[in-house]
Design a protein around this ligand. Structure first.
Ligand SMILES: NC(=O)C1=CN([C@@H]2O[C@H](COP(=O)(O)OP(=O)(O)OC[C@H]3O[C@@H](n4cnc5c(N)ncnc54)[C@H](OP(=O)(O)O)[C@@H]3O)[C@@H](O)[C@H]2O)C=CC1
Ligand SMILES: O=C1OC[C@@H](O)[C@H](O)[C@H]1O
Length: 344
């Protein structure tokens, strides 16, 4: 639905999007109905992904399937010569992501992990505030995404959120967002020469299906530390009183970002010192859900002949996948061999 919105509704004049086709592996009718539901009834419907990736009128493919399927489906699209935007998490593990990145680079095709949060004007603004030294040297980031859902009643054990066969679990699904905040503030804002992979420690609690349901990741960078937490069961902001989802803490003050970490619409700058001038910024999404900004970013890359986005660089996607791999290895949490596999 965000793709069919007129970009002018968000002040964007330099790119437009056309939903050209959609595919369902389940049935042609499902694809057809999907196109009607999203407001693109005249686009082409396909009953298989192979037909979609071979459509010469399609410029780029957006993959939004369960995590377990991203790797083979990205390979399918790239091998058909199509640029790809793939939902988060990119793949089940970093080795799979590296294979995709190498394939895209070899074929000179655009590839991007669809982390919509990074493309929000609010995120861009906060990254600039950090680079400008607004809160001094940023030393610590604490970020959380916890949804306060009862998984026993909300999710059948086969649901992608809790099903190990679909690479379910909190870390890959929700944990990616607090990690995004840690990385986009403590890593992405640094000059390239100062970027270094963090050391990782953490903990997870498991659900009866075997996936993680509460997760804590501690990322120790050379001169800062980030803590990313996520849970299905507890709440980031239980009273809904605006308790911040993310605290970006610098030597001169902190930036507090609203819940939910995936699409925050406001933040507060709190300088150090009693009686200091607190500044509040509201950044509502002008129309749609806010997934259009990442689509605009991808469209600009295609238009300009870029092979990757500098907002969500491929090497940073790999690093974040490696972070999640490290934590899972420390906690002895593996997915079934067939979906961890790099065979395709
Ligand atoms: N950016 C964001 O805010 C959000 C991102 N996501 C991400 O989007 C992706 C999809 O999530 P979501 O839409 O909730 O997923 P769904 O479970 O709704 O599945 C999406 C599609 O994937 C296919 N699919 C579903 N189950 C299976 C299966 N068992 N095996 C093979 N294919 C299957 C189906 O397509 P078909 O008709 O072809 O069978 C289905 O329509 C995930 O990566 C998730 O993390 C999800 C929600 C929000
Ligand atoms: O990406 C996401 O953001 C919103 C959540 O509700 C969803 O489970 C997740 O996939």
């Amino acid at each position: 639905k965000d793709l069919v919105l007129d970009p002018k509704t968000r002040g964007v004049e330099d790119v437009v999007h056309v939903v050209q086709a959609a595919a369902s592996a389940t049935s042609f009718d499902r694809a057809k109905q999907f196109l009607v539901d999203v407001g693109a009834p005249s686009a082409t419907a396909y009953g298989s992904y192979v037909e979609l990736v071979n459509d010469p009128n399609v410029d780029i493919i957006y993959i939004a399937t369960p995590h377990s399927h991203h790797f083979p489906q990205c390979i399918l699209a790239l091998n058909a010569g199509k640029p790809v935007v793939c939902e988060k998490p990119f793949t089940v593990n970093a080795e799979q992501t590296k294979i995709l990145v190498n394939l895209a680079r070899e074929k000179k095709l655009f590839l991007m992990e669809a982390v919509w949060t990074r493309f929000f004007p609010l995120s861009i603004e906060i990254r600039q505030l950090i680079k400008d030294g607004k809160i001094g040297d940023v030393k610590r980031v604490i970020a959380d995404l916890s949804l306060c859902q009862d998984p026993e009643t909300k999710y059948d054990d086969s649901h992608r959120m809790v099903n190990p066969d679909l690479a379910g679990g909190v870390l890959l699904d929700l944990g990616l967002y607090p990690l995004t905040w840690v990385y986009q503030t403590l890593y992405h804002t640094l000059p390239d020469a100062e970027k270094a992979a963090p050391t990782i420690t953490g903990a997870i609690s498991k659900y009866h299906t075997g996936v993680d349901i509460e997760t804590v990741v501690v990322c120790k960078f050379p001169s800062s530390v980030g803590i990313a937490t996520s849970s299905v069961r507890v709440a980031t902001d239980p009273e809904e009183t605006g308790y911040p989802a993310i605290k970006i803490q610098g030597t001169k003050g902190e930036i507090r970002v609203d819940h939910p970490a995936y699409c925050p619409t406001g933040y507060t700058i709190v300088p150090v010192g009693k009686g200091s001038k607190v500044e509040r910024f509201e950044r509502p999404i002008p129309a749609g859900k806010g997934m259009h900004w990442e689509a605009d970013g991808a469209a600009r890359c295609l238009r300009d002949g870029k092979m990757e986005s500098d907002v969500m660089p491929l090497d940073e996607s790999i690093l974040i996948m490696e972070t999640m791999d490290t934590l899972r290895a420390q906690c002895d949490f593996k997915y079934p061999a067939n979906i961890e596999s790099t065979e395709h």
